[in-house]
Design a protein around this ligand. Structure first.
Ligand SMILES: C[S@@+](CC[C@H](N)C(=O)[O-])C[C@H]1O[C@@H](n2cnc3c(N)ncnc32)[C@H](O)[C@@H]1O
Length: 314
């Protein structure tokens, strides 16, 4: 596998690294290394005593990370989900001591653009969609065995596809005759089953998004990753999260809001002192950040990005 032909343009590069408020001697985590756009800028801000630990599920991202680690002794990369960043921090003896954690969610451009990865409904490839093709169940295997109701739920809940039921029925009918192995084949069946094409949007877009999110357990990983990040940060440490669709952003927003509110409202009103365990654990930093005009022009992928920043209080 090689991906030298596929580039990833980092979204909200300066804004995200600024949000981390990098200290020269701090220890940081990039939960979604990708091609290392954010990581390289973090390393520029770190002094000789600073450290950065990168995570990615994708073998090609890891290969890029290992090349960077060979050049820069302050950087290490691991092929692991950011959902497990808390366990990694415990093993490395840095739990509760990390100064900033960045999550730039979703898939990278090389994953989407390389037909061989099986994410693309535009360019035919093997129906896979796994960020780590050596782990978990491919889209083809899942589509071959899932219940019709399950397929419909995934397309509706994770793809926000209105016609999920019809599309799932069409998939199940077709697979009885011939299994799905290629992205273009699945895209064609989904497109034919979609009665309401939206202008400027491929009729299979939402269903593909749903399947991709399911196959990679993206929302489950995000929930676990946010909880783990809170435990792993030091007091005063920053959590910076960039989301690319409303399902992700809702999870990030609600998590940060809940942690910033604390649980004092669960206590009797007249309690003179709020016990520590009920005080807020995060402070929200600024408003949600969107890409500026110049970035929107240069990189259409930035259109859907929203970044939220919070700081650990306890
Ligand atoms: C949007 S890209 C990140 C791009 C990166 N910030 C850069 O500048 O190059 C998202 C990356 O996160 C990885 N990824 C997504 N979910 C992950 C997870 N739960 N754990 C580890 N890596 C994940 C993907 O494989 C992909 O490489």
């Amino acid at each position: 596998m090689t991906d030298s032909n596929f580039r990833h343009i980092t979204v909200l590069l300066d804004e995200a690294v600024e949000g981390l408020a990098v200290r020269a001697d701090g220890c940081y985590m990039d939960g979604t290394f990708g091609r290392g756009g954010h990581s390289r800028l973090i390393l520029q801000k770190l002094g000789p005593g600073g450290r950065l630990l990168g995570f990615d599920k994708d073998p090609l991202a890891i290969a890029t990370g290992e090349a960077l680690a060979a050049e820069d002794g302050r950087f290490v990369v691991v092929q692991r989900s950011f959902a497990e960043l808390g366990d990694e921090a415990v093993v490395r003896g840095i739990s509760g001591q990390v100064s900033g954690i960045l999550l730039d969610l979703g898939v990278s451009s090389p994953q989407l653009d390389d037909p061989e990865r099986g994410f693309s409904f535009l360019n035919d490839g093997p129906l896979d969609m796994r960020m780590n093709p050596d782990a978990g169940v491919s889209a083809a295997d899942w589509i071959a065995t899932a219940d019709e109701d399950d397929i419909a739920r995934v397309m509706k809940d994770y793809g926000e596809e209105r016609f999920a039921k019809r599309m799932a029925r069409a998939v199940v009918q077709r697979r009885a005759e011939q299994p799905f192995t290629r992205t273009a084949d699945l895209a064609k069946v989904l497109t034919d089953a979609n009665p309401a094409w939206e202008k400027g949007k491929n009729p299979a877009t939402r269903a593909f998004q749903g399947i991709r999110i399911h196959v990679n357990n993206e929302l489950g990983d995000l929930e676990r990753g946010l909880e783990a990040a809170l435990e792993t940060l030091e007091v005063g440490g920053r959590l910076v999260v960039i989301s690319f669709h409303s399902l992700e952003d809702r999870i990030v927003k609600q998590f940060m809001k809940r942690q910033a509110k604390g649980e004092a409202d669960k206590l009797p009103r007249d309690l003179p002192i709020i016990p520590k365990a009920f005080e807020p654990r995060l402070k929200l930093i600024g408003k949600p950040v969107y890409a500026a005009e110049a970035e929107l022009k240069a990189n259409p992928r930035s259109r859907s990005a929203v970044m939220r920043i919070a700081e650990k209080l306890r």
